[in-house]
Design a protein around this ligand. Sequence first.
Ligand SMILES: [Zn+2]
Ligand SMILES: [Zn+2]
Length: 259
Amino acid sequence: MSPAPCCAAHPDVPAEGICGRCGGFFCPGCATWVLGAVYCAACAALPEVNYLEAFRQKLWGRRDTWAWFLGLGGLVTLAPGLTLLASGDALAGAFLLACSAVGVGSFFGQRWARAGLLALPVGLGVVGLALQEPLLVVPAPFFLGLGASVHQDPRHKLFHRVPVPDGVLLRLWNRHENNPLALVGLQLGLYGVFFPLFAPVALGLGLTALRRVNPEARPPIGRRGQALAATGLGAGAMLLWVWLWPRFTVLLGELLATG
Ligand SMILES: [Zn+2]
Ligand SMILES: [Zn+2]
C-alpha cells in the first residue's frame, strides 16, 4: 500500500485535494475557495487567481471620474456663492457654498461629502417648499436622483473605501477589464461604416481580441461575441468602401466638371 499523500505545506497532515493551479496537495486547513474554484493557500493569494480582490485593491481609494467632476463643480460654484453672499442673498449664497464644499470634499474622499450628495438636493427641496418657490422645488427630485446614482455608483463607492458586494464588483470588472479591445473594436467597426479609415483598425482589434478569448484562463477572457462582431463589421465596412470608393470618386469628378 502506497503512503497517503500529505499537504505540500504541512507534511504531517493528510491531503484533502489537489490545487487547481499548481497541482500540489493541500490539507483541509490550506484549501481556499476563490470565485468557485479551490486552491492551495499560496495559489489563492496570487492576484491572477483572486483577480476580483486584486481589482478591488487597485480601485480602493483611487479617485474616479465622478470625484473629478464633483471637485471641478465645487471650484466652479465657489465664486458665485461668495458673490451672492456678499450681495446680501444669504440663503442662495450659503447653498452654493455648501455645494462647493460638498464638491471639494468629494474630491478629497470625505465621507460627509458623500452624504452631502443626498442632503443637498433634499435641502434644496425643503427650502423651496418653505419659500413656495417652484424653481427650487421642481429640480430637487432630479438632483436627488442624480446624487443617489453617484452615491450608489460602485466605482465611486470604491473611491470612498465603501465595501462593494462581489457580484457588483464582478460586473464592474467585466465592464472595465474583460477583453476591452473587443468593445473598442466593435465601436470602431460602427465608425468604419461611415469613415473608411476606422474599418481596418476595427478588423485588427477584432482579430486580436478574438485570439485572446480564453474563458478557462484566470482571470477569464471573454467577449467572444463582440470580438466576432468587431471582426465582421471591420471586414464588412472595408468591402463596402472598396465597392463604394470608385463610384464616390466618379461622382465627385462629375460634380467638379459641372461646377
Ligand atoms: Zn496551488
Ligand atoms: Zn496544509
